[in-house]
Design a protein around this ligand. Sequence first.
Ligand SMILES: [Fe+2]
Length: 261
Amino acid sequence: MPTKQPYVSKTAGRDGRYAYSEEERGVWSELFEHQMKFLAERAAPQFFEGIGALGLNGDEVPQIIDINSRLSKLTGAGVQGVPAIIPPKQFFELLSQRKFPVATFLRRRRDIDYIEEPDLFHEVFGHCPLLTNSAYCDFVERFGKVALSLPKGTSWHLFRLFWFTVEFGMIRTGAGIRAFGAGIVSSPSEARFATSGKPEMIPFDLMTALRTPYRIDIVQPLYFVIDSFEQLVSVLDQDLGAAIARARELGDLPARFETAA
Ligand SMILES: [Fe+2]
């Protein structure tokens, strides 16, 4: 049995570009083509608009430098290459500057369905298209600013809000409920499950999201549905610190999954 090789972060060349192997190009291409086809009637229209606006395609592994220049013109957002998962403070700081951290390594073929660590496909295909949407960017930026203003011990609850929206959110559209969360659109297995009609979908509610535990290593048993990205921005008009304190007082809702050992 081959030993599991850990993922190694990539370093940009002097021209700001990252080198990808033929194998990595193949993985990008396969994932891109597969997901674009599968998500056609299942992902939010704003997601596809973003794919077009960024010029993403299955032929080339996209480069951060190119995405950055397009985003800065479109919404004033940006992306920054990071090694992999970064500490919460650094993460919130980047978001507060309207910048999204992007891990630059690409998953191997054996992890093609889902990878717990965010890779380039998750970051670029999953997150970047919606960074062309002003309201989505406003949410990201304000979320970062609010997070930085709150005491350290609130991160756990802040991540729940992020998880159930930016990562695994669904949105109501004229044509039905569509996926927009990066964890859904960038994962073939999550996309299949989330759009199968089997999982529970409930209208987004801040207090419920803050009190709902999640696991990163399973498909989600529950998805929250927002009405619009503007609704998401208005969530941050509330006093998030007070909401987190209240969520703590009330305690977590029962987990909809087996608790990890
Ligand atoms: Fe993500």
